[in-house]
Design a protein around this ligand. Structure first.
Ligand SMILES: *[C@@H]1O[C@H](CO)[C@@H](O)[C@H](O)[C@H]1NC(C)=O
Ligand SMILES: *[C@@H]1O[C@H](CO)[C@@H](O)[C@H](O)[C@H]1NC(C)=O
Ligand SMILES: *[C@@H]1O[C@H](CO)[C@@H](O)[C@H](O)[C@H]1NC(C)=O
Length: 331
């Protein structure tokens, strides 16, 4: 048997797996727990939460496409079952969310369609030289959650139901391209570019210059993540840390897929509930992270359920973990 293994050409080895099978298995197990949580508690997830799981679904589909059924049958079957459970659950979830808030759902329904959030097929690295020397002190020049929602909705063609996609107003462009923004304003700049890309908008920023903008934003998001790592991953910054990995990973920046970061994320998961929380930390209502993140819209405000689980934090965690899983098929 051992001899046979040596005879297999190198190129045929590790289909659907990674050189590090332990890492693959721990990613899969964490993802399973989070998917079972959605299956049980889907009524608790808002649209943002479901979007994270939809990103995960696309990453799982991408992983399966890169797997060879015959060469890694066990892992393949496991991932396939995961896909089916998640797909059914998301269907049920989106049905439920649509009933609960039809208008909001319609505005962002592309997020749940096919051909959206497709994972990258080529990879890039961030460029430290693009890190801003200083972040803007006047944050009014940057995105708020509400304004980026409007720009994204307009890109999708659903703002005021005008149905013409890829419309970007001058004020949207201005904030989308603004240099020096940080935190969630920065990640939402990237998100708006990703949405234009996924919607197959034809203007230069989404095609010709897409690599330039993602490189600027992700290089800065990498700096933020390295800083968060450096100060010991404070609870109220974990959500941003994982959102950055999810979004820049989707743009193909493979340097976000550090194994230590994956293990950190998994260590934050509630081992029984499968969700992500800020438990262990005083949950004061003036929590700075929530203030920054969901300043205006109640429906996008972080929801808490099962006493400790946070829906947005869980969603960005699964989006990040799905990216790790997918990235393993390239190793
Ligand atoms: C393999 O993955 C495990 C779990 O993530 C990690 O602890 C270990 O250091 C990894 N080994 C190598 C060689 O990268
Ligand atoms: C999703 O659920 C609806 C009803 O809940 C069903 O009619 C539809 O066939 C399902 N779609 C998929 C893709 O499973
Ligand atoms: C990779 O990054 C370089 C800049 O470092 C950029 O010019 C190029 O467009 C990027 N490639 C892709 C596929 O995004």
């Amino acid at each position: 048997m051992r001899l046979l293994l040596y005879l297999v050409p190198l190129a045929l080895l590790t289909p659907c797996t990674t050189s590090n099978e332990t890492a693959l298995r721990s990613a899969l197990s964490a993802i399973w727990k989070a998917v079972l949580l959605l299956k049980k508690e889907y009524e608790e997830f808002n649209l943002d939460g479901m979007a994270g799981y939809k990103i995960l679904l696309e990453q799982i589909k991408g992983t399966l496409e890169r797997c060879d059924t015959k060469k890694a049958p066990y892992i393949y079957i496991l991932i396939k079952r995961l896909k089916n459970v998640l797909k059914d659950t998301l269907n049920k979830t989106s049905y439920f969310t649509k009933q609960r808030d039809p208008e909001y759902f319609e505005e962002f329904q592309d997020f749940f369609g096919d051909q959206f959030w497709t994972p990258p097929t080529s990879w890039n690295q961030t460029t430290p030289g693009l890190v801003y020397r200083q972040s803007l002190s006047d944050t009014s020049l940057c995105f708020t959650e509400q304004f980026s929602d409007e720009c994204i909705s307009s890109l999708l063609g659903n703002l005021h139901k005008n149905k013409e996609p890829c419309v970007v107003t001058a004020p949207c462009w201005k904030k989308m391209k603004k240099k020096g923004c940080t935190g969630y304003s920065l990640s939402h700049q990237l998100l708006s570019f990703i949405v234009g890309r996924m919607k197959r908008c034809r203007s230069d920023p989404f095609v010709k210059d897409f690599g330039y903008y993602t490189n600027v934003f992700c290089s800065n998001m990498m700096k933020i993540n390295l800083d968060i790592e450096h100060i010991g991953y404070p609870l109220h910054q974990q959500d941003l840390f994982m959102e950055n990995i999810m979004l820049c990973g989707l743009c193909g920046y493979s340097d976000f897929y550090k194994l230590e970061w994956m293990n950190k994320i998994i260590s934050w998961q509630d081992p029984i509930l499968g969700c992500f929380s800020d438990a262990g930390h005083e949950l004061d209502s003036e929590n700075a992270a929530n203030e920054n993140h969901f300043p205006k819209r109640v429906k996008r405000r972080e929801r808490m359920f099962l006493d400790v689980c946070l829906s947005h934090k869980t969603a960005v965690a699964v989006g990040a973990l799905g990216g790790f899983l997918y990235s393993f098929t390239f190793m």
